[in-house]
Structures are given as structure tokens and as C-alpha cells.
Design a protein. Structure first.
Length: 393
């Protein structure tokens, strides 16, 4: 069968039957059979072996063509809805819109995209909806979502209706490291100042398991720096407005967002905020004077149990800003969307837009995300109990 397979893959001619009514394509020559073998010679009939080879080749080509045609035609004339769990203007929203502006041309059939904003409970409303309320047909996806939602699942939050590992992961444009900013007119210049404070600084958060919530709590658990968490803000923009109004003093979120847009460009020029810590393995070149959490834990001699807790919490950064689909999608459709996403990540037009917006760009493929989602949701009981204490459950 080796020559037969090679014939199908590398055949030197194509016969198209009809106008894709049947979608039949027929390859020949690749396995050493002349096209004339289809026509019996006057005094010599084709051998049984030749006849069987041609029949099998035709059958395989027909099956391949019908499958390929089905994939090509499925998205033609259709619209893919991309859900974002934040209000418009948030970096999750802007990343989703940027990606889908380029992704349609890389999907067979060239579908249209629409973005639907569905804020609520720190992305939980949107992700619950994807898990329980949509058909697994590849026409509804999460465009980008906060990757730490698995923490809600691990600690058994009653509002969680999804299994993080069962989503079909498509890709992410970047991995993410975070930082905490603090209003510069507060007395909190370092983590030591927070440790010694009579009243803890107030940090805004959208929910209980995003970095805006769990990073301040992690600092309390690992180095004894207590923050008061004010939850319930619809999105990051609302938290920033709260900081400007003086309702709260701090927020933890991605370095990419802080250096990617307003109001942070203006804040930096005015010296409105300073930074207390960052989450990367090494200091970001844009924050050379801001210590990492690892450095702070070394300073205060955090025990191994605290460091293991930090690892589980910080794994979210490896997933970045992922796009994913509901459980139950066909393997072919997942593969098609992953391939289209990968092509989009290599698109020069996307690269130009990313550079213009000063976004971080370090794509993660769907297969790696799928593996991370499975690994991070498989934690021993002792880790889960520690997480419950940290996250208030």
C-alpha cells in the first residue's frame, strides 16, 4: 500500500468530476500506473492488482474530498460569535477584536466574526454560558478570558458550571506576567510598608480568583503583607476609575496591559502610581526596579508550602489570554480552528497591528493550552485546602 498512499499524496494530475457536486478528485501516476491503464489495451486486460489499486485510490480520494469539502463549506456564509467576559475597551476585549479581524481569512469558507461582550463575576458569566448554553458546532467561542478561572473550579465555587479541562482550547496570543500598582501619594512604597501598615491598602478586583484578587492574597499568605480586597467591579477600567477617585489605592493585573494603553501612558508621565511587585521569573525590562514575588519570598524566607501555593496560582500566566470552544466539538473542527489560529499568529498584518499597539506577543498553541488546563485542574487535596484558605472559600 506504500505506493498507493504516495500516489494519493504526490500524484501528478487531478481529474475533477462535476462542479464540486460530489467533490471527487482523482490522482494518478504517483504509484507507477499510466493513465492509459484505465483503458484496456487491445490484447491485454488490466491485472486484478491494478484494478484493485485504482478502486481503492478512487475510494480514498472520494472520502478525502467529501470531508475536505464539508470543512470548506461549513463556515461559508456563516458568522462566528466570539464572547468576551469584560466590557468593551478592556485589553481582553481589544485582543479578541484584533485577532478576529485577521482570523476569518485563514478559515476555509471565510466566515464573518462578531464580538459579544458578556461581563459579570470576573468572566464567570461568559464562560458558564459557553459551557452550558451553546451548541458545540464551532460557531460560538470565547474570544479571550482570564486564565485563572480554574481556581474557582478547584475550590468548589457554587457558581461554577464548567470543567476547565473539557473546553476545546484554540490558542493564546501571549503568556502573561502581572504587577501591582499603588497610588504614589500613599505611604506604601514597598511590601515592607504594607507589612507594617496599621490599615491595609485597598485593592480593587472584579471577582475572587483573578490576579487582581489572588495576588494580594498570595502576598499575605507568603510574606505577611495584608491587603483589603474590594470586589464587584465590572471590569478593569472601573477599577482604574475607582483608583482615580480615591475609593481604592491599588490593583494587580498584567504588565502588558499597563504598558499597552491609556490611562497608564498618562499615569506614567505624571508619576501617578508606583509598582510594588511583579510575577515573572525575572524582572521585566520595563520594571527594572520592581522586585519579583520570588525575590520577595527569598527576602522573607517563605517556606516550601508557600512556594508551592504560589506555583499553582501563577500557572495562569502561562495560559495568557486564551481562545477556546465548548466541550463536544468535533475533532476536525477543533483542528481546523487551531490551524487557522496558528496561521493568524503568523500573519504579517497581525504582527503590524500588535507592534503598533505595543502588545506583548508570545503565542501559545491549542495543544499546549489543553495540556496545561488538564494539569492545573489535577491538584492534591492539601493544595486545594490551602487554595480555599487563600481565596476565601
Amino acid at each position: 500500500m506504500g505506493p498507493l498512499v504516495l500516489g494519493i499524496m504526490y500524484g501528478c494530475s487531478i481529474l475533477e468530476v462535476g462542479s464540486w457536486v460530489l467533490g471527487v478528485r482523482f490522482w494518478y501516476c504517483g504509484f507507477g500506473i499510466s493513465p492509459n491503464a484505465l483503458i484496456p489495451a487491445p490484447k491485454k486486460r488490466p491485472t486484478k492488482e491494478v484494478t484493485v489499486k485504482w478502486f481503492v485510490a478512487l475510494l480514498l480520494c472520494l472520502l478525502w474530498s467529501l470531508t475536505a469539502h464539508a470543512q470548506d463549506s461549513f463556515y461559508k456564509g456563516k458568522t462566528i460569535k466570539v464572547i468576551v467576559g469584560t466590557p468593551p475597551g478592556n485589553l481582553y476585549d481589544m485582543w479578541a477584536r484584533l485577532i478576529v479581524n485577521h482570523m476569518g481569512k485563514h478559515i476555509p469558507g471565510n466566515p464573518e466574526f462578531i464580538v459579544q461582550n458578556m461581563p459579570g463575576a470576573g468572566h464567570v458569566v461568559a464562560v458558564n454560558h459557553l459551557y452550558t448554553g451553546v451548541k458545540p458546532d464551532g460557531l460560538t467561542l470565547i474570544g479571550t478570558a482570564i486564565p485563572s478561572l480554574y481556581l474557582n473550579q478547584l475550590i468548589g465555587r457554587k457558581e461554577i458550571q464548567f470543567d476547565w479541562a473539557k473546553f476545546n482550547w484554540i490558542g493564546s496570543p501571549a503568556r502573561g506576567t502581572s504587577q501591582m500598582y499603588m497610588r504614589a501619594d500613599t505611604p506604601f512604597k514597598t511590601i515592607e510598608d504594607v507589612r507594617n501598615a496599621k490599615e491595609p491598602p485597598k485593592c480593587g478586583a472584579t471577582g475572587v480568583t483573578g490576579p487582581d484578587s489572588f495576588l494580594p492574597k498570595l502576598m499575605e499568605q507568603t510574606v505577611g503583607a495584608k491587603f483589603a480586597i474590594v470586589t464587584g467591579y465590572p471590569g478593569g477600567t472601573d477599577i482604574d476609575l475607582g483608583v482615580e477617585r480615591g475609593e481604592i489605592q491599588c490593583r494587580a493585573f498584567t504588565i502588558e496591559a499597563f504598558f499597552g494603553r491609556e490611562p497608564y501612558h498618562t499615569w506614567r508621565k505624571k508619576g501617578f502610581v508606583r509598582h510594588l511587585f511583579q510575577t515573572g521569573n525575572k524582572r521585566d525590562e520595563r520594571l527594572p526596579d520592581t522586585p519579583t514575588i520570588a525575590e520577595i519570598m527569598d527576602q522573607y524566607k517563605t517556606p516550601d508550602s508557600g512556594r508551592r501555593l504560589a506555583k499553582v496560582l501563577l500557572t495562569a500566566g502561562d495560559m495568557g489570554r486564551p481562545m477556546f470552544g465548548p466541550p463536544g466539538m468535533s475533532a476536525d473542527r477543533v483542528k481546523l480552528l487551531r490551524e487557522a489560529y496558528a496561521k493568524t499568529m503568523k500573519d504579517p498584518a497581525l504582527h503590524a497591528d500588535v507592534k503598533k499597539r505595543n502588545y506583548e506577543f508570545d503565542p501559545v498553541n491549542g495543544e499546549e493550552l489543553q495540556k496545561l488546563a488538564k494539569e492545573v485542574t489535577s491538584q492534591p487535596p492539601e493544595v486545594i485546602e490551602r487554595l480555599k484558605k487563600v481565596l476565601g472559600n
